[in-house]
Design a protein around this ligand. Sequence first.
Ligand code: NAI
Length: 253
Amino acid sequence: MCAIITGSASGLGAATATLLAGDGARLVINYASNREGAEATAERCRALGAEAVVVQGDVSRDEDCKRIVAAAAPWGRLDALVNNAGITKHVEHDKLDGLSAEDFQRIYATNTIGPYQMLRAARSLLEAGAKASGRAAAVVNVSSIAGLSGVGSSVAYVASKGALNSMTLSLARALAPLIRVNAVCPGYIDTPWFTKGRGAEGAKQVRDMVEAKAPLKIASSAEDIASVVCFLAGPRSSNMTGELVRVDAGFHL
Ligand code: NAI
């Protein structure tokens, strides 16, 4: 398995890299600013028998996407690209003055354009992976229930993930049969995400609310969601493309 995981210094990206790591896996660990976190992820992967290369890069910048992908070029192939990097701004949906055009553009640049640019840069290596393995290479876009149901940290975030979902459908159609493109749409994930946006107390409130309201009474861990990301990234999902897979412990019910 040769794979790139964007934003893998922390949270879901780090958990996904760790789960993909195994004897013979070759992984590109990407970070924007948290070098220490990325090195720690890489060390965990190496301890599991993987080869792990750490590359700094901001997925909203096309030249950085090309540099991230270049780290996989010596392998001559990619089996999976996990577009996990994401950002938000926490603003109540009815506070329309809380979001500027720049907020929308900044969030869209990372959450929507980033995955597009990463896929564009990685396309030829993914196609080479498909030809070498005899089955389609996998792109997994880490989206959110925000993009399905309109709930989430802000209207700009919801709009960026909605766009990522519809882009997943068009790219799945356009890039078959050599590349599969699916999205995972998590509900809550217990990562640094909410602590960054709402502080420790705010994050605990969200966690407690999810655990109380989700039918399965689970506030999903990064590993819980990573297992679905890895399923979509690997051969067990080889007949799936263009799927938006909700993973929210039944919260939507
Ligand atoms: P996180 O904040 O730990 O991870 C996001 C990572 O992306 C960070 O390491 C960050 O540095 C990196 N990143 C941000 N902008 C970047 C850029 N331009 N280029 C490269 N890396 C960049 O939070 P978490 O929860 O692990 O988030 C991962 C993904 O999961 C995101 O796409 C997020 O939208 C999505 N998600 C998170 C949910 C949650 O409840 N935590 C729920 C649903 C979706």
